[in-house]
Ligand binder design. Sequence first.
Ligand SMILES: Cc1cc2nc3c(=O)[nH]c(=O)nc-3n(C[C@H](O)[C@H](O)[C@H](O)COP(=O)(O)OP(=O)(O)OC[C@H]3O[C@@H](n4cnc5c(N)ncnc54)[C@H](O)[C@@H]3O)c2cc1C
Length: 310
Amino acid sequence: MPTVDSLIIGEGPAGVTAALYLARSGCSVLVAEQMTTGGQILQTSSLENYPGFPQGIKGYELADLFAAHLQGLDHLERKSSAVTAVEGEAGHFTVTFQDKSTVECKTVLVCSGAKHRLLGVDREKELTGHGVSYCALCDGNFFRGKPVAVVGGGNAALEESLYLANIVDKIHLIHRRDAFRARKTYADRLAAMGDKVVFHLNSQVTKLLGEKDLAAVGISNLQTGDYEEVPVEAVFIYVGFEPVTTFLPKALERDAQGFVITDTEMRTSVPGIFAAGDIRSKLCRQVITAAGDGATAAQAAFVFLEQLHG
Ligand SMILES: Cc1cc2nc3c(=O)[nH]c(=O)nc-3n(C[C@H](O)[C@H](O)[C@H](O)COP(=O)(O)OP(=O)(O)OC[C@H]3O[C@@H](n4cnc5c(N)ncnc54)[C@H](O)[C@@H]3O)c2cc1C
């Protein structure tokens, strides 16, 4: 069975950065990716908030640059397969892949990211990037001065509505219950905006309308059964966000939503396992913070390996 110093799970911004840092410090590294280099940035039409690209950069272009950066690095190998299990203890982990092969490693860096829960409405996937979005911070600016919808009743939905209120013309806030689960001050601030925010409580989106781009949402009232079609150019969906952790040991400490808890140096509750990027329990999930976590996790793993080697 092959043995490496570090096994990195995922080639999103966190995993790519961790791989660069660890390989450049001379550790033997294997990076496993189940799909393609880039992670969630491949779902992003354009990134306008990543430093160094004042005109913005398309998600797939940044992903290509990430992949190019990993090419030809000494000490680095890549494997195209999903990790299905991580077992063992500090210094002696066994990682199993979907193709049934295994690798021994001394440290594991979990950079497998997170994924948004889908609304589950017809055409949602087809219109993602064409008006359906899960990230107001990322995509809100494309809809400056336009009417949009926001779906959800938790802090994320209301926080993002407050953010969008400075950008868009009108927000249709759609929530399936009669009260929000979010902080009361958020709902109060939105209510104080008058016509700018239209509340659709006890309601859910049942249709996404439009040809190539979203043009309207169909909203059904769960109490009265009434149905209306509201013209919007975007719908921002906040019905939950979940970490990708199915293959991790149960012993790894997580928060109430299942995100992995780390200290500031990306160490998890299991010595030798580090976590970086969106999979972590943290405030801000963006490319820049994932890359920063990846660099920190790599440095912490390097220190751990040095201590292990005595
Ligand atoms: C639509 C959208 C728009 C966004 N826009 C912006 C923006 O404009 N600016 C910004 O800064 N951020 C934006 N973000 C957020 C940003 O993309 C994420 O914060 C960032 O990609 C997180 O990086 P990560 O490396 O932690 O995880 P991810 O990007 O999720 O990468 C994780 C990788 O791990 C792989 N993986 C998962 N499980 C396994 C496994 N078992 N085995 C092998 N591989 C596995 C996945 O395939 C994936 O490639 C956006 C996100 C979305 C969804």
